[in-house]
Design a protein around this ligand. Structure first.
Ligand code: CTP
Length: 399
């Protein structure tokens, strides 16, 4: 579950910091990207050189990098993260976190992080047993942080009692289990529109677009892998689902897609509108092939197609999550946010045609996701399968 996940590993000044090196290696081995944030006291126990070599990223400790003056933005790091893991967490850091004492990079990052936070306390047994520490840990728990309890055993002081940090393997397992349980889509009905629509001009010609359907099918496959019951309402495409359980309802025009999508949405928990629906269709369809010889070039009058996403947005019930896409060429963020509001979506996935590797026909995509609560997150250029996984992660986080 940790593959491709962004993890902040917060290290504070305790003897158990030496175990953080193993934890870092385990995260990296599991495919996560790890950003180490260490307190000044943490650096007394373990060197940033070791940590940056293993994580492949400069270790962050100060608000500014001394020689360049570069500001280390705790806000950006906090938003980048899919999880923050503070191991070891000393009594002092736990107290600062509980009270919001933002006097170092680690606590400021913690206060900015939107992702789940895991705290692995480690300290001497009397410090751990002290009512102040216990109250602070309870406070952190009540704020929704995940406490990975310390274990009993021999401590650095040679005293025996509770205070040893949980083993790196246990911490990794706790984070992994969290992602697994929060990302499962078992029991959910996921409906996806995909591909282009073809709007008939005559029996052999149509108005269409370059949509390949790859993004929508990648979302359908990923949802099926997560245990959802999945149906794709698909325009004409040459791709097909890789997961055996995915059902496909084939349609051609926007009107047919609308009818099928309405039917499917009635029972959906999640609907993702990934189709590139033609905005217009010919007002009349010629019953026989329009001939070239002897005729004036035809003028094709167009009429507006129904907006499927907006129609579903109008009938959306509480508990249903509706997600759309936006393909924009300018004022991308404003246009996408506006589209999300107009269509009553819970989230919109923006891909800009200006970015190479994003959009129609490609195997990769570069997206920004905007949610109805006003947040946005930009992702790196990735294969569509990984983008699908990011989209479903966000959907699971919204529900
Ligand atoms: N959409 C839809 N039905 C339509 C048009 C769009 O369901 N008739 C959905 C798309 O599947 C996508 C979202 O609405 O999830 C936005 O599509 P887009 O083409 O970017 O928006 P439009 O509303 O068509 O606006 P415009 O073309 O003016 O940017």
């Amino acid at each position: 579950m940790l593959k491709g996940k962004h993890i902040i590993l917060g290290i504070t000044g305790g003897i158990a910091a030496y175990k953080s090196v193993s934890l870092l290696r385990l995260f990296v081995k599991a495919g996560a990207e790890v950003q180490v944030v260490i307190t000044p006291a943490g650096k007394e126990f373990i060197t940033p050189v070791t940590l940056s070599a293993l994580s492949g990223r400069p270790v962050i400790s100060e608000f500014f990098t001394a020689n360049t003056g570069q500001w280390n933005s705790h806000v950006d790091i906090g938003l980048w993260a899919d999880a923050m893991v503070i191991a070891p967490a000393t009594a002092s850091t736990i107290a600062k976190m509980a009270c919001g004492v933002a006097d170092n990079m680690l606590v400021t990052t913690y206060l900015s992080a939107k992702a789940p936070v895991f705290v692995a306390p480690a300290m001497d047994l009397d410090m751990m047993a002290h009512p102040t520490t216990q109250r602070n840990i309870d406070l952190l728990r009540s704020y929704g942080n995940h406490i990975i309890d310390s274990r009993a055993g021999e401590l650095a002081s040679h005293l025996v009692g509770k205070g040893r940090m949980a083993e790196p393997e246990e911490i990794l397992a706790a984070v992994d289990a969290f992602f697994e349980s929060s990302l499962t889509m078992k029991g959910l009905k996921v409906r996806v529109t995909a591909g282009p629509t073809y709007e008939k001009i005559d029996p052999v010609r149509f108005i269409g677009n370059y949509s390949s359907g790859k993004m929508g099918y990648a979302i359908a496959d990923e949802a099926a892998r997560r245990g959802a019951d999945v149906t794709v309402v698909s325009g004409p495409v040459s791709v097909s689902p890789s997961e055996p359980g995915v059902k496909v309802v084939r349609v051609e025009s926007a009107r047919e897609m609308m009818e099928a999508a309405r039917r499917e949405f009635a029972e959906a928990d999640v609907a993702v509108m990934a189709a590139a629906v033609a905005d217009y269709a010919p007002a009349e369809q010629a019953q026989s092939k329009i001939k070239r010889e002897g005729a004036e070039p035809p003028v094709i009058r167009l009429v507006k197609n129904p907006d499927i996403a907006a129609a579903l947005g109008e009938v959306k019930r509480s508990g249903q999550t509706l997600v759309g896409f936006a393909l924009e060429t300018d004022h991308e963020m404003e246009n996408a946010a506006d589209k999300m509001r107009r269509k009553n979506l819970d989230m919109i996935v923006l891909n800009s045609l200006r970015d190479s590797g994003a959009g129609f026909g490609t195997d990769t995509n570069l997206v920004t996701m905007l949610t109805a609560d006003g947040r946005s997150k930009r992702y790196d250029l990735k294969p569509k399968r990984e983008v699908a996984s990011d989209i479903l992660d966000q959907i699971c986080a919204l529900r």
